[in-house]
Structures are given as structure tokens and as C-alpha cells.
Design a protein. Structure first.
Length: 338
């Protein structure tokens, strides 16, 4: 801004002339006595200040001396906001501190990917702290992430070995004005056997769009334990021997998380209807005798966030298949027993 005060050389000539006047008058003051000297010193001390100010503030033509007009207004201060489409090497965390945020190339090994960055709205945005898990705002954010992830990966993400989560700001960042939430997607090595996170190479964008990805759920070799419960259900090629197959996702809507036989029965009925649609058999009283069923909701934690998706699988005890049952009809899934 200094250049807006104009050139300095004219001020120097005035200062030199003024200095000569001061030296002359101080000499006269000494000759006139101490009192006169004090008086003259005070008077001309003030004159020096006034003159120097005038010399420094003199404006040439075309300069108005206003240091603010004509300057663009500064943009309002903005806090940190995560990047949509970024990949991260850190494990998923429902709370995202700025200090641990790091983006990596999606072509390199990474753990999570941000498919969308949204913003909490009122009344949640007006609160003093971020939305708690299970709150209305948290469920809304999860619903948004559910939809945005389906769009990002090119198909319903529950049809694949994928998991999603919502990350919110820290309380400190919230106090500073942060209102973002970010939608994270990650790949698991299994969704049926409590699988672990995969450090994948490459983005999940459009991974489901053409139906060829190996993350898409398919067929399974279901194994039972001594109590007649499922011990494990590893994924296998549908061309290999198997006795189970993923048929789709049923939505439980307003049902409670299953903890008793009565609730599980409702889940199994919903999944059996999907099996009927998948294979092409009637939805009648014989359906329960044609096939067993595996109903797999998410955990209680995501259920509290509003995730009502239930992965559904047909299961045939004592039968070995070597191809998919999709669209094969009644002959492929006869009544097994009554």
C-alpha cells in the first residue's frame, strides 16, 4: 500500500528547508534567553510534527489517499472441508479430525474412498455439538450416503462386498463452524463371514456398472456346524459346486432389529419372496418347502443409523449346484419336503 502515498522526493526538499528554519530559530531562541527558548522549542516542535505530517501525506494529482476503496473485499474465512472422490489410507472413523486427514492416490493401496461430501441442515446445524449416532440428523446423513454410494459405484452397493459409513467433524471443528459430513465406502473380503477390510488399488467409482466385478455377490459353499447353524459360507464361482446364492436385498422398513424367532421369521419371509422372484417360482405355501433361506441384516450399529437393507440368500441343504438358479423356474427348485 505504500506506493499509494505518492513519490517521496518532494517531501525531502520541504524537510530540508524546514530544518534550516528550525536551526535559525533555535539559535535566535538561545540568544533571547531560556524562557523564550522553551517557548520557541514548544512552538516549533509542534511545527515540525505538523510540517512532517503534511510532507508525508501530500498527494500528487490522481491519488485520493483512500487506502481501502478500490480494493477487493476479502473473502470470509472458511474452515477445512474434505474432498469428494478422495481416497484415504486411514481406517474408517466416524469422527474425522483435521490432523489425521490425508488423501492418497486411488490407484495406490487405500482403505476408504469419499463418495460424497454433504452438509447438515437445521435444526441439527444449529446445535452446539455434532449429531449423535442414531439421531434424526445422523439417520438422514446415512440415507444420503446410501443413495450417493449407489450412484457412485454404479449400482446398489449392498449387492457387493461393500460397506459404507458416515464421518462427521470433531466437536472442536463443529464449534469452529464445520457442518460437513462425508460418505465413505470400503471393500470387505466377505460380508457373510465377518470379513475384514481390503486395501484395494483403484477407485470404486462405477465398479458395479457392467456387472463383471468380482466384488459382486454370487454363489456360496455354505457349511453347517454340529448344532445345525451356519459355520461359514465362503464365496465360490457359480460354476463350482455350491449350495447357496445371493438373490437380492430386502428392506425391513420399520421392523425392529431381529433378536427373537418371531422377528427373524418376518425377515425370512421377506427374503423368500425375493428368492421366488429371482428363480421364478410361485409365492405360495410351497415356497418354504422349496428352499432354505439366509437373511443377513447389517449390524445393530448401522441399523440404528437407519440401514434397513437385508441381504438375502437361497440355501439348499444336501444339494450341490454348478450354475446359477437365476430365472431357472420351478424345475430348478422343486419342493424338497413337506
Amino acid at each position: 500500500m505504500r506506493h499509494r502515498l505518492g513519490p517521496r522526493h518532494p517531501a525531502r526538499s520541504r524537510e530540508a528547508h524546514l530544518a534550516r528554519q528550525i536551526r535559525y530559530r533555535r539559535q535566535a531562541g538561545r540568544e533571547g534567553g531560556r524562557t523564550a527558548g522553551k517557548r520557541i522549542g514548544r512552538v516549533f516542535g509542534a511545527a515540525v510534527i505538523t510540517a512532517l505530517l503534511a510532507a508525508g501525506c501530500g498527494m500528487p494529482g490522481g491519488v485520493d489517499g483512500d487506502l481501502t476503496n478500490g480494493w477487493a473485499a476479502m473473502a470470509p474465512a472458511t474452515g477445512f472441508e474434505p474432498t469428494e472422490g478422495a481416497c484415504h489410507n486411514a481406517n474408517f472413523n466416524p469422527v474425522g479430525p483435521r490432523g489425521t486427514y490425508e488423501e492418497v492416490d486411488c490407484a495406490a493401496k487405500h482403505r476408504t474412498e469419499t463418495v460424497y461430501v454433504g452438509a447438515y441442515e437445521s435444526p441439527a446445524a444449529d446445535a452446539d455439538v455434532p449429531p449423535a449416532d442414531g439421531s434424526a440428523a445422523a439417520r438422514t446423513a446415512y440415507s444420503v450416503c446410501d443413495q450417493k454410494t449407489t450412484t457412485f459405484v454404479g449400482g446398489p452397493w449392498r449387492n457387493a462386498r461393500l460397506w459404507i459409513g458416515v464421518t462427521r467433524p470433531t466437536e472442536a471443528a463443529w464449534s469452529g463452524g464445520a457442518r460437513w459430513f462425508r460418505c465413505e465406502v470400503l471393500e470387505l473380503n466377505s460380508v457373510e463371514d465377518d470379513g475384514g477390510l481390503v486395501q484395494r488399488e483403484g477407485s470404486l467409482r462405477d465398479v458395479l456398472s457392467d456387472g463383471s466385478s468380482d466384488v459382486i455377490l454370487g454363489c456360496y459353499a455354505i457349511q453347517m456346524d454340529g448344532n445345525g447353524a451356519i459355520a461359514t459360507m465362503p464365496a465360490v464361482s457359480c460354476a463350482a459346486k455350491h449350495n447357496g446364492e445371493f438373490v437380492g436385498v430386502w428392506h425391513a422398513e420399520d421392523l425392529d432389529y431381529p433378536k427373537d424367532d418371531a422377528t427373524w421369521a418376518k425377515f425370512h419371509d421377506g427374503c423368500r419372496n425375493l428368492i421366488a422372484d429371482f428363480v421364478g417360482v410361485p409365492k405360495d405355501g410351497d415356497l418354504q418347502y422349496r428352499t432354505g433361506v439366509v437373511s443377513l441384516p447389517g449390524g445393530a450399529d448401522v441399523w440404528a443409523q437407519g440401514d434397513r437393507g437385508v441381504r438375502c440368500y437361497l440355501w439348499l441343504d444336501g444339494v450341490q449346484l454348478t450354475s446359477t438358479l437365476r430365472g431357472k423356474g420351478v424345475k430348478s427348485l422343486p419342493v424338497q419336503y413337506k
